[in-house]
Design a protein. Structure first.
Length: 99
């Protein structure tokens, strides 16, 4: 049985650079496969200081509530992403479904 190499050194270098950039942004490697180059990364949810944002909302007469709502929606979820090299050698990133 033959195996085909779809990746080259340049694609793998970009792959590892993307992984290290994600790790610098707070992601942690959950699953890693060298044979089929892919990595599943996860970032834990962050806590929002609601008392601080309530104070800012009161001071700005409710305008800060838009920022507060945005932070609640974006920071209060656990994020899982997949970084991989496809069959054509292209690097891609995709969101993973989490339970």
């Amino acid at each position: 049985m033959e195996t085909y190499q779809f990746t080259n050194k340049q694609n793998l270098d970009q792959f590892y650079e993307m992984i290290s950039a994600k790790k610098r942004n707070g992601f942690v490697i959950i699953e890693h496969n060298e044979k089929l180059p892919y990595v599943v990364l996860s970032k834990e949810k962050k806590a929002v200081k609601h008392s601080f944002h309530l104070f800012l909302t009161c001071i700005t007469f409710g305008l800060w509530s838009l920022v507060w709502l945005y932070l609640i929606v974006t920071l209060s979820r656990k994020k899982n992403i997949l970084v991989a090299v496809d069959e054509d050698g292209n690097l891609f990133e995709d969101k993973c479904l989490s339970a």
